[in-house]
Design a protein around this ligand. Structure first.
Ligand SMILES: CC(C)(COP(=O)(O)OP(=O)(O)OC[C@H]1O[C@@H](n2cnc3c(N)ncnc32)[C@H](O)[C@@H]1OP(=O)(O)O)[C@@H](O)C(=O)NCCC(=O)NCCS
Length: 212
């Protein structure tokens, strides 16, 4: 089983090369300290609509530096999707090995007992130009392989998914996430909790997607 410290010490253990459907080569790999400026470029480029759908603490170099400073220091693993030719970050796939009391209470009310022994949180964000082109579905099995290697078997959506985020809802449904229930966020927004059990998931296995 991998730990966040192992991954920070050797990011290659979770590095995969893949070819996107337009033929472009890409790399999925752990965020590293040297990524701050490139990550800032990714955050700065997100449109207001993407920022509404996927919220970060900030969208500038300071925010990117905070994410880089957090590497292997807390409970988070951040994988970035990098376009190989431009070396730009075009996607950020976040995992948290910690659960919040709010998540645990909401899921329990819906009959699902979460535990940090088995469960983790997941949030995906693609650069605007990469959304809606099935890149998310191509990358997801690789992220779930990382989840398995971290010793977790279920994934919940980090902060849920906004009820009006039709594309993300379709993305999760077609990738075998199950609806747990609706909830109202602190700012009054309507969101949905969803969970994926890797034991029962029928995701394509990662080697099918990797470039050999
Ligand atoms: C969510 C996200 C990671 C999904 O990745 P993706 O590559 O866009 O997803 P895919 O293309 O694999 O799947 C999207 C599906 O939604 C469908 N879709 C696209 N727009 C849609 C819409 N407005 N309404 C309903 N379905 C829609 C697509 O046709 C596709 O389904 P299909 O394969 O059956 O045709 C990506 O869109 C993204 O980063 N969105 C912005 C940030 C965000 O919403 N993050 C999630 C926060 S919970």
């Amino acid at each position: 089983m991998l730990t966040l410290t192992d991954i920070a010490a050797d990011p290659l253990v979770l590095t995969s090369r893949l070819r996107l459907r337009d033929g472009a080569k890409a790399i999925l790999r752990p965020l590293v300290h040297a990524d701050a400026e490139r990550l800032a470029g990714f955050l700065e480029g997100l449109t207001p609509e993407s920022r509404r759908l996927s919220t970060f603490d900030g969208y500038d170099l300071a925010a990117a530096r905070e994410l880089c400073d957090a590497i292997a220091r807390h409970d988070k693993l951040r994988l970035v999707l990098e376009d190989e030719s431009s070396e730009r970050i075009v996607g950020l796939f976040e995992l948290s090995l910690a659960l919040t009391a709010g998540d645990i209470a909401r899921y329990r009310a819906a009959g699902v007992h979460l535990s940090e022994r088995t469960d983790c949180r997941f949030g995906p964000t693609l650069a605007d130009a990469y959304q809606g082109g099935r890149v998310g579905s191509l990358v997801l099995p690789l992220v779930m392989e990382a989840v398995r290697q971290l010793g977790r078997t279920r994934v919940i959506l980090w902060g849920g998914v906004l009820a009006d985020n039709a594309r993300a809802l379709r993305f999760y449904e077609k990738n075998w996430f199950q609806l747990v229930g609706p909830f109202t966020g602190p700012d009054g927004t309507q969101s949905l909790d969803m969970i994926l059990s890797l034991a029962g998931a029928r995701l394509p296995s990662p080697p099918d997607l990797r470039e050999h």
